[in-house]
Design a protein around this ligand. Structure first.
Ligand SMILES: Nc1nc2c(c(=O)[nH]1)N[C@H]1C(S)=C(S)[C@@H](COP(=O)(O)OP(=O)(O)OC[C@H]3O[C@@H](n4cnc5c(N)ncnc54)[C@H](O)[C@@H]3O)O[C@H]1N2
Ligand code: MOO
Length: 403
Protein backbone atom coordinates (compact mmCIF):
# COMPACT_ATOMS: atom_id res chain seq x y z
CA UNK A 1 0.00 0.00 0.00
CA UNK A 2 1.44 3.37 -0.98
CA UNK A 3 0.44 6.70 0.63
CA UNK A 4 -2.28 8.85 -0.96
CA UNK A 5 0.05 11.74 -1.83
CA UNK A 6 2.53 9.42 -3.52
CA UNK A 7 -0.25 7.77 -5.54
CA UNK A 8 -1.47 11.15 -6.79
CA UNK A 9 2.06 12.30 -7.59
CA UNK A 10 2.72 9.13 -9.60
CA UNK A 11 -0.52 9.54 -11.55
CA UNK A 12 0.20 13.19 -12.35
CA UNK A 13 3.79 12.45 -13.33
CA UNK A 14 2.60 9.92 -15.90
CA UNK A 15 0.22 12.33 -17.66
CA UNK A 16 0.64 15.25 -20.02
CA UNK A 17 -1.91 17.62 -21.55
CA UNK A 18 -3.90 16.55 -24.62
CA UNK A 19 -3.84 18.52 -27.89
CA UNK A 20 -5.21 22.00 -28.52
CA UNK A 21 -7.97 23.59 -30.60
CA UNK A 22 -9.21 27.09 -31.29
CA UNK A 23 -12.76 27.96 -30.23
CA UNK A 24 -14.95 31.06 -30.29
CA UNK A 25 -14.75 33.04 -27.07
CA UNK A 26 -18.51 32.49 -26.67
CA UNK A 27 -17.88 28.71 -26.52
CA UNK A 28 -14.92 28.85 -24.15
CA UNK A 29 -16.51 28.71 -20.68
CA UNK A 30 -14.73 26.09 -18.56
CA UNK A 31 -12.04 25.43 -21.17
CA UNK A 32 -8.35 25.62 -20.25
CA UNK A 33 -6.15 28.11 -22.11
CA UNK A 34 -3.32 26.58 -24.13
CA UNK A 35 -2.03 29.99 -25.28
CA UNK A 36 -2.22 33.23 -23.32
CA UNK A 37 -4.91 35.74 -24.24
CA UNK A 38 -3.14 38.99 -25.13
CA UNK A 39 -4.82 42.35 -25.44
CA UNK A 40 -5.40 43.66 -28.95
CA UNK A 41 -6.20 47.20 -27.88
CA UNK A 42 -5.56 49.94 -25.33
CA UNK A 43 -8.26 50.03 -22.63
CA UNK A 44 -9.64 52.61 -22.09
CA UNK A 45 -8.60 53.73 -25.58
CA UNK A 46 -8.57 57.44 -24.53
CA UNK A 47 -8.79 59.45 -21.31
CA UNK A 48 -12.49 59.04 -20.46
CA UNK A 49 -14.88 60.66 -18.02
CA UNK A 50 -16.00 58.38 -15.17
CA UNK A 51 -19.03 60.60 -14.40
CA UNK A 52 -21.79 62.69 -15.95
CA UNK A 53 -20.76 66.34 -15.67
CA UNK A 54 -18.42 68.90 -17.26
CA UNK A 55 -14.89 68.46 -18.62
CA UNK A 56 -12.88 71.59 -17.94
CA UNK A 57 -9.44 73.07 -17.28
CA UNK A 58 -8.53 72.74 -13.61
CA UNK A 59 -6.87 76.16 -13.75
CA UNK A 60 -10.32 77.70 -14.52
CA UNK A 61 -11.86 76.61 -11.20
CA UNK A 62 -9.30 78.15 -8.85
CA UNK A 63 -11.92 80.64 -7.55
CA UNK A 64 -15.53 79.56 -7.07
CA UNK A 65 -18.22 80.03 -8.11
CA UNK A 66 -17.17 80.54 -11.73
CA UNK A 67 -19.29 80.57 -14.89
CA UNK A 68 -17.92 78.83 -18.01
CA UNK A 69 -19.34 78.65 -21.51
CA UNK A 70 -20.43 75.18 -22.63
CA UNK A 71 -19.13 74.73 -26.19
CA UNK A 72 -19.95 71.07 -26.95
CA UNK A 73 -21.52 67.86 -25.69
CA UNK A 74 -19.60 64.55 -25.62
CA UNK A 75 -21.45 61.30 -24.91
CA UNK A 76 -19.73 57.87 -24.60
CA UNK A 77 -18.54 56.95 -28.08
CA UNK A 78 -18.64 60.62 -29.20
CA UNK A 79 -15.81 63.13 -29.46
CA UNK A 80 -14.97 66.83 -29.66
CA UNK A 81 -11.90 67.25 -31.82
CA UNK A 82 -11.05 70.89 -31.02
CA UNK A 83 -9.00 72.17 -28.11
CA UNK A 84 -11.18 73.63 -25.35
CA UNK A 85 -10.01 77.21 -24.65
CA UNK A 86 -9.68 78.87 -21.24
CA UNK A 87 -13.06 79.92 -19.81
CA UNK A 88 -14.90 77.14 -21.65
CA UNK A 89 -15.90 73.56 -20.91
CA UNK A 90 -17.84 70.69 -22.50
CA UNK A 91 -20.86 68.83 -21.22
CA UNK A 92 -19.66 65.22 -20.89
CA UNK A 93 -21.28 61.90 -20.02
CA UNK A 94 -19.87 58.76 -18.38
CA UNK A 95 -17.51 57.10 -20.86
CA UNK A 96 -17.13 60.22 -23.03
CA UNK A 97 -13.53 61.03 -24.14
CA UNK A 98 -12.00 64.20 -22.66
CA UNK A 99 -11.33 66.81 -25.36
CA UNK A 100 -7.84 68.33 -25.62
CA UNK A 101 -7.33 71.15 -23.17
CA UNK A 102 -9.51 69.62 -20.43
CA UNK A 103 -8.07 67.66 -17.54
CA UNK A 104 -10.73 67.51 -14.81
CA UNK A 105 -14.39 66.53 -14.45
CA UNK A 106 -16.87 68.32 -12.20
CA UNK A 107 -19.99 66.24 -11.62
CA UNK A 108 -23.26 67.82 -12.67
CA UNK A 109 -24.65 67.77 -9.10
CA UNK A 110 -22.04 70.44 -8.22
CA UNK A 111 -23.06 72.84 -10.99
CA UNK A 112 -25.91 75.11 -12.07
CA UNK A 113 -26.50 75.04 -15.82
CA UNK A 114 -28.17 77.80 -17.84
CA UNK A 115 -28.98 76.03 -21.07
CA UNK A 116 -30.50 79.08 -22.75
CA UNK A 117 -27.33 81.06 -22.09
CA UNK A 118 -25.08 78.14 -22.99
CA UNK A 119 -23.23 78.44 -19.69
CA UNK A 120 -22.68 76.51 -16.50
CA UNK A 121 -21.76 77.83 -13.08
CA UNK A 122 -19.35 75.62 -11.15
CA UNK A 123 -20.44 75.73 -7.50
CA UNK A 124 -18.11 73.15 -6.06
CA UNK A 125 -14.81 72.17 -7.65
CA UNK A 126 -12.86 68.93 -8.02
CA UNK A 127 -9.20 68.13 -7.44
CA UNK A 128 -7.11 68.19 -10.63
CA UNK A 129 -7.65 65.08 -12.77
CA UNK A 130 -10.69 63.97 -10.75
CA UNK A 131 -13.11 61.47 -12.35
CA UNK A 132 -10.79 60.88 -15.30
CA UNK A 133 -10.00 57.30 -16.38
CA UNK A 134 -6.61 57.46 -18.02
CA UNK A 135 -6.02 55.77 -21.40
CA UNK A 136 -4.55 52.30 -20.74
CA UNK A 137 -5.73 52.22 -17.10
CA UNK A 138 -6.92 48.60 -17.53
CA UNK A 139 -4.47 47.22 -20.12
CA UNK A 140 -2.35 47.98 -23.18
CA UNK A 141 -1.91 46.08 -26.48
CA UNK A 142 0.23 42.98 -25.97
CA UNK A 143 -0.49 42.71 -22.24
CA UNK A 144 -1.21 39.13 -21.12
CA UNK A 145 -4.83 39.25 -19.98
CA UNK A 146 -5.33 35.57 -19.09
CA UNK A 147 -2.44 33.14 -18.84
CA UNK A 148 -1.97 29.60 -20.11
CA UNK A 149 -3.35 26.89 -17.82
CA UNK A 150 -6.29 28.92 -16.53
CA UNK A 151 -9.79 27.45 -16.74
CA UNK A 152 -11.84 30.23 -18.28
CA UNK A 153 -14.67 31.69 -16.22
CA UNK A 154 -17.16 34.43 -16.96
CA UNK A 155 -14.72 37.11 -15.72
CA UNK A 156 -11.93 35.92 -18.00
CA UNK A 157 -14.29 35.80 -20.97
CA UNK A 158 -15.32 39.39 -20.23
CA UNK A 159 -11.70 40.48 -20.03
CA UNK A 160 -10.78 38.76 -23.30
CA UNK A 161 -13.77 40.37 -24.98
CA UNK A 162 -12.71 43.80 -23.68
CA UNK A 163 -9.30 43.11 -25.21
CA UNK A 164 -11.03 42.52 -28.57
CA UNK A 165 -10.13 38.81 -28.65
CA UNK A 166 -12.88 36.75 -30.34
CA UNK A 167 -11.10 33.34 -30.48
CA UNK A 168 -9.04 31.47 -27.93
CA UNK A 169 -6.70 28.48 -28.14
CA UNK A 170 -7.62 25.89 -25.53
CA UNK A 171 -6.83 22.27 -24.78
CA UNK A 172 -9.41 19.95 -26.21
CA UNK A 173 -11.58 18.20 -23.63
CA UNK A 174 -10.03 14.94 -22.43
CA UNK A 175 -11.98 11.88 -23.59
CA UNK A 176 -12.57 9.37 -20.82
CA UNK A 177 -13.78 5.79 -21.30
CA UNK A 178 -15.72 4.35 -18.36
CA UNK A 179 -15.86 0.59 -18.08
CA UNK A 180 -17.90 -0.88 -15.22
CA UNK A 181 -17.29 -4.55 -14.53
CA UNK A 182 -19.14 -7.30 -12.72
CA UNK A 183 -21.56 -10.12 -13.57
CA UNK A 184 -24.05 -8.71 -11.08
CA UNK A 185 -24.20 -5.22 -12.61
CA UNK A 186 -27.16 -4.03 -14.72
CA UNK A 187 -27.84 -0.69 -16.34
CA UNK A 188 -30.46 1.56 -14.72
CA UNK A 189 -33.84 0.73 -16.27
CA UNK A 190 -32.76 -2.70 -17.61
CA UNK A 191 -34.66 -5.85 -16.62
CA UNK A 192 -33.03 -6.80 -13.35
CA UNK A 193 -32.80 -10.03 -11.33
CA UNK A 194 -33.28 -10.17 -7.55
CA UNK A 195 -29.54 -10.50 -6.85
CA UNK A 196 -28.34 -7.93 -9.33
CA UNK A 197 -27.03 -4.44 -8.54
CA UNK A 198 -27.83 -1.39 -10.66
CA UNK A 199 -24.68 0.32 -11.91
CA UNK A 200 -24.45 3.57 -10.08
CA UNK A 201 -20.75 3.88 -10.86
CA UNK A 202 -21.10 4.35 -14.62
CA UNK A 203 -23.64 7.19 -14.57
CA UNK A 204 -22.01 8.86 -11.55
CA UNK A 205 -18.53 8.78 -13.09
CA UNK A 206 -19.82 10.00 -16.46
CA UNK A 207 -21.40 12.97 -14.68
CA UNK A 208 -18.29 13.59 -12.60
CA UNK A 209 -16.12 13.52 -15.75
CA UNK A 210 -18.42 16.00 -17.48
CA UNK A 211 -18.42 18.27 -14.42
CA UNK A 212 -14.62 18.15 -14.40
CA UNK A 213 -14.45 19.28 -18.03
CA UNK A 214 -14.02 15.91 -19.78
CA UNK A 215 -16.08 14.00 -22.33
CA UNK A 216 -17.18 10.59 -21.01
CA UNK A 217 -17.88 7.46 -23.06
CA UNK A 218 -19.94 4.91 -21.12
CA UNK A 219 -18.77 1.50 -22.37
CA UNK A 220 -21.02 -1.57 -22.08
CA UNK A 221 -20.73 -3.38 -18.74
CA UNK A 222 -18.00 -6.04 -18.75
CA UNK A 223 -18.92 -9.43 -17.28
CA UNK A 224 -16.44 -11.20 -15.00
CA UNK A 225 -14.65 -13.15 -17.72
CA UNK A 226 -11.20 -12.27 -18.91
CA UNK A 227 -11.91 -12.34 -22.63
CA UNK A 228 -14.89 -9.98 -22.59
CA UNK A 229 -13.08 -7.66 -20.25
CA UNK A 230 -10.00 -7.58 -22.50
CA UNK A 231 -12.08 -7.02 -25.62
CA UNK A 232 -14.10 -4.18 -24.11
CA UNK A 233 -11.03 -2.50 -22.64
CA UNK A 234 -9.25 -2.70 -26.01
CA UNK A 235 -12.29 -1.07 -27.63
CA UNK A 236 -11.64 1.96 -25.47
CA UNK A 237 -8.27 2.58 -27.20
CA UNK A 238 -7.96 6.17 -28.38
CA UNK A 239 -9.38 7.70 -25.23
CA UNK A 240 -7.16 9.92 -23.12
CA UNK A 241 -7.98 7.97 -19.96
CA UNK A 242 -9.56 4.61 -19.17
CA UNK A 243 -11.52 4.38 -15.92
CA UNK A 244 -12.61 0.92 -14.78
CA UNK A 245 -14.72 0.16 -11.75
CA UNK A 246 -14.92 -3.09 -9.81
CA UNK A 247 -12.82 -6.22 -9.97
CA UNK A 248 -9.94 -4.41 -8.31
CA UNK A 249 -9.75 -6.40 -5.11
CA UNK A 250 -8.41 -9.86 -4.31
CA UNK A 251 -11.50 -12.06 -4.79
CA UNK A 252 -11.71 -14.89 -7.29
CA UNK A 253 -13.90 -12.75 -9.55
CA UNK A 254 -11.73 -9.63 -9.29
CA UNK A 255 -10.23 -9.86 -12.73
CA UNK A 256 -9.35 -6.39 -13.90
CA UNK A 257 -5.67 -6.44 -12.97
CA UNK A 258 -4.97 -10.03 -13.99
CA UNK A 259 -7.03 -10.07 -17.20
CA UNK A 260 -5.66 -6.80 -18.52
CA UNK A 261 -2.11 -7.77 -17.53
CA UNK A 262 -2.39 -10.64 -20.03
CA UNK A 263 -3.00 -8.12 -22.81
CA UNK A 264 -0.47 -5.46 -22.02
CA UNK A 265 -1.53 -3.61 -18.85
CA UNK A 266 1.59 -2.09 -17.31
CA UNK A 267 0.78 -1.52 -13.68
CA UNK A 268 2.38 1.44 -11.92
CA UNK A 269 0.79 0.71 -8.54
CA UNK A 270 -2.03 -1.29 -6.97
CA UNK A 271 -3.39 -0.65 -3.46
CA UNK A 272 -3.11 2.55 -1.50
CA UNK A 273 -3.25 3.31 2.22
CA UNK A 274 -6.67 4.88 2.09
CA UNK A 275 -10.23 4.19 3.24
CA UNK A 276 -12.39 3.98 1.21
CA UNK A 277 -10.45 3.07 -1.91
CA UNK A 278 -7.69 0.68 -0.89
CA UNK A 279 -7.66 -1.44 -4.08
CA UNK A 280 -7.09 1.51 -6.47
CA UNK A 281 -4.79 0.65 -9.37
CA UNK A 282 -3.00 2.80 -11.92
CA UNK A 283 -1.11 1.90 -15.06
CA UNK A 284 -1.27 2.12 -18.82
CA UNK A 285 -3.24 -0.05 -21.20
CA UNK A 286 -3.44 0.06 -25.00
CA UNK A 287 -1.71 3.43 -25.07
CA UNK A 288 -4.05 4.95 -22.48
CA UNK A 289 -3.42 5.78 -18.85
CA UNK A 290 -5.73 3.51 -16.87
CA UNK A 291 -7.16 4.18 -13.43
CA UNK A 292 -8.77 1.09 -11.91
CA UNK A 293 -11.33 2.24 -9.34
CA UNK A 294 -12.80 -0.08 -6.69
CA UNK A 295 -16.33 -1.37 -7.26
CA UNK A 296 -17.90 -0.09 -4.08
CA UNK A 297 -19.78 3.02 -5.22
CA UNK A 298 -18.49 5.37 -2.53
CA UNK A 299 -14.93 4.09 -2.97
CA UNK A 300 -15.17 4.60 -6.74
CA UNK A 301 -16.38 8.19 -6.43
CA UNK A 302 -14.05 9.19 -3.60
CA UNK A 303 -11.12 7.79 -5.61
CA UNK A 304 -12.34 9.72 -8.63
CA UNK A 305 -12.38 12.92 -6.60
CA UNK A 306 -8.91 12.41 -5.16
CA UNK A 307 -7.15 10.91 -8.19
CA UNK A 308 -9.38 10.93 -11.30
CA UNK A 309 -10.24 14.60 -11.12
CA UNK A 310 -6.62 15.77 -10.71
CA UNK A 311 -5.71 13.42 -13.58
CA UNK A 312 -8.37 15.02 -15.79
CA UNK A 313 -7.16 18.45 -14.74
CA UNK A 314 -3.63 17.56 -15.83
CA UNK A 315 -4.85 16.08 -19.13
CA UNK A 316 -6.92 19.22 -19.71
CA UNK A 317 -3.79 21.35 -19.34
CA UNK A 318 -4.95 23.21 -16.22
CA UNK A 319 -2.35 24.31 -13.71
CA UNK A 320 -4.31 23.67 -10.47
CA UNK A 321 -4.04 19.87 -10.18
CA UNK A 322 -3.93 19.94 -6.38
CA UNK A 323 -6.72 18.85 -4.05
CA UNK A 324 -7.80 21.72 -1.80
CA UNK A 325 -8.79 21.30 1.84
CA UNK A 326 -10.67 23.75 4.03
CA UNK A 327 -10.25 23.87 7.81
CA UNK A 328 -13.39 23.04 9.80
CA UNK A 329 -14.33 22.16 13.37
CA UNK A 330 -15.40 18.63 14.15
CA UNK A 331 -19.08 18.33 15.08
CA UNK A 332 -18.48 15.06 16.97
CA UNK A 333 -15.50 13.20 18.45
CA UNK A 334 -13.48 10.69 16.40
CA UNK A 335 -11.35 7.75 17.57
CA UNK A 336 -7.67 7.47 16.67
CA UNK A 337 -6.97 6.36 13.12
CA UNK A 338 -5.06 3.30 11.88
CA UNK A 339 -2.47 3.29 9.09
CA UNK A 340 -4.91 4.13 6.25
CA UNK A 341 -5.80 7.75 5.40
CA UNK A 342 -9.55 8.11 6.01
CA UNK A 343 -12.02 10.16 4.03
CA UNK A 344 -15.22 10.40 6.07
CA UNK A 345 -18.48 11.61 4.57
CA UNK A 346 -19.61 14.56 6.66
CA UNK A 347 -22.49 16.96 7.04
CA UNK A 348 -21.23 20.55 6.67
CA UNK A 349 -22.92 23.60 8.15
CA UNK A 350 -21.98 26.96 9.65
CA UNK A 351 -22.63 27.71 13.33
CA UNK A 352 -23.95 31.08 14.60
CA UNK A 353 -20.42 32.53 14.59
CA UNK A 354 -19.88 31.46 10.98
CA UNK A 355 -17.47 28.59 11.70
CA UNK A 356 -17.62 25.63 9.34
CA UNK A 357 -18.71 22.55 11.31
CA UNK A 358 -18.07 19.09 9.86
CA UNK A 359 -19.97 16.21 11.44
CA UNK A 360 -18.99 12.78 10.11
CA UNK A 361 -21.92 10.55 9.18
CA UNK A 362 -22.53 7.75 11.70
CA UNK A 363 -22.20 4.97 9.12
CA UNK A 364 -19.30 5.05 6.67
CA UNK A 365 -19.95 1.80 4.76
CA UNK A 366 -18.50 2.23 1.27
CA UNK A 367 -21.63 0.84 -0.40
CA UNK A 368 -23.87 3.67 0.86
CA UNK A 369 -24.64 6.16 -1.87
CA UNK A 370 -27.34 7.85 0.24
CA UNK A 371 -24.82 9.18 2.75
CA UNK A 372 -22.46 10.25 -0.04
CA UNK A 373 -25.23 12.17 -1.77
CA UNK A 374 -26.36 13.85 1.47
CA UNK A 375 -22.85 14.79 2.66
CA UNK A 376 -21.31 18.19 1.94
CA UNK A 377 -17.73 16.95 1.88
CA UNK A 378 -15.13 14.58 3.27
CA UNK A 379 -13.19 14.92 6.51
CA UNK A 380 -9.59 13.82 6.00
CA UNK A 381 -7.94 11.83 8.78
CA UNK A 382 -4.24 11.28 8.24
CA UNK A 383 -2.74 7.86 8.99
CA UNK A 384 -2.33 7.33 12.76
CA UNK A 385 -4.16 10.59 13.58
CA UNK A 386 -4.81 10.66 17.36
CA UNK A 387 -8.35 10.67 18.77
CA UNK A 388 -10.03 14.05 18.25
CA UNK A 389 -12.63 15.82 20.41
CA UNK A 390 -15.65 17.66 19.05
CA UNK A 391 -14.45 21.17 18.17
CA UNK A 392 -10.98 20.02 17.04
CA UNK A 393 -9.79 21.44 13.71
CA UNK A 394 -9.82 19.04 10.75
CA UNK A 395 -9.26 19.34 7.01
CA UNK A 396 -12.34 19.04 4.84
CA UNK A 397 -12.58 18.43 1.12
CA UNK A 398 -15.72 20.35 0.20
CA UNK A 399 -17.46 18.66 -2.75
CA UNK A 400 -16.97 20.72 -5.91
CA UNK A 401 -19.90 21.90 -8.05
CA UNK A 402 -21.39 19.11 -10.09
CA UNK A 403 -19.93 16.32 -7.95
N1 LIG B 1 -10.57 -10.19 1.30
C1 LIG B 1 -10.66 -8.91 0.95
N2 LIG B 1 -11.82 -8.50 0.45
C2 LIG B 1 -11.94 -7.20 0.08
C3 LIG B 1 -10.86 -6.31 0.25
C4 LIG B 1 -9.64 -6.81 0.75
O1 LIG B 1 -8.67 -6.08 0.92
N3 LIG B 1 -9.59 -8.12 1.06
N4 LIG B 1 -11.05 -5.01 -0.06
C5 LIG B 1 -12.40 -4.49 0.06
C6 LIG B 1 -12.47 -3.16 -0.40
S1 LIG B 1 -11.73 -2.00 0.57
C7 LIG B 1 -13.16 -2.81 -1.52
S2 LIG B 1 -13.32 -1.16 -1.91
C8 LIG B 1 -13.80 -3.79 -2.36
C9 LIG B 1 -13.42 -3.47 -3.81
O2 LIG B 1 -13.69 -4.51 -4.57
P1 LIG B 1 -13.64 -4.56 -6.13
O3 LIG B 1 -13.01 -3.34 -6.70
O4 LIG B 1 -13.05 -5.85 -6.52
O5 LIG B 1 -15.16 -4.45 -6.51
P2 LIG B 1 -16.21 -5.60 -6.72
O6 LIG B 1 -15.89 -6.74 -5.85
O7 LIG B 1 -16.37 -5.83 -8.16
O8 LIG B 1 -17.48 -4.85 -6.17
C10 LIG B 1 -17.55 -4.39 -4.85
C11 LIG B 1 -18.99 -3.99 -4.53
O9 LIG B 1 -19.36 -2.90 -5.34
C12 LIG B 1 -20.50 -3.20 -6.14
N5 LIG B 1 -20.35 -2.63 -7.46
C13 LIG B 1 -19.44 -2.99 -8.37
N6 LIG B 1 -19.60 -2.28 -9.49
C14 LIG B 1 -20.62 -1.46 -9.29
C15 LIG B 1 -21.27 -0.48 -10.08
N7 LIG B 1 -20.89 -0.22 -11.36
N8 LIG B 1 -22.30 0.22 -9.56
C16 LIG B 1 -22.72 -0.06 -8.29
N9 LIG B 1 -22.15 -0.99 -7.50
C17 LIG B 1 -21.13 -1.67 -7.98
C18 LIG B 1 -20.52 -4.70 -6.19
O10 LIG B 1 -21.78 -5.21 -6.43
C19 LIG B 1 -19.98 -5.09 -4.83
O11 LIG B 1 -21.00 -5.05 -3.87
O12 LIG B 1 -13.40 -5.07 -2.04
C20 LIG B 1 -13.44 -5.37 -0.63
N10 LIG B 1 -13.13 -6.75 -0.44
O1 MOO C 1 -11.51 0.77 0.55
MO1 MOO C 1 -12.94 -0.11 0.29
O2 MOO C 1 -12.98 1.21 -0.73
O3 MOO C 1 -13.09 0.41 2.01
O4 MOO C 1 -14.59 -0.09 0.55
Amino acid sequence: MIPVEEARARILAALSPVGVETVALSESLGRVLAQPVTARRLQPPKDLSAMDGYALRFEDIGTLPVTLSVIAEVPAGGSFEETVPAGACVRIFTGGPLPDGTDTIVIQENTDADEAAGTVTILEGSPEGRHVRRAGLDFAPGDILVDTGKRLGARDIGLAAAGNVPWVTVYRKPRVAILSTGDEIALPGDPIGPNQIVSSNGPALAAAVTAAGGVPTLMPIAPDDAESLQALARNAAGHDLLLTTGGASVGKHDLVGSALAETGLELDFWKIAMRPGKPLMFGSFAGMPMLGLPGNPVSALVCFLLFGRPALTRLAGASNTGVTFTPARLGSALPENDRREDYLRADLHRDESGHLIATPTQRQDSSMMSTLSQAGGLVRRLPHAPAAEAGATVDVLVFPDGF
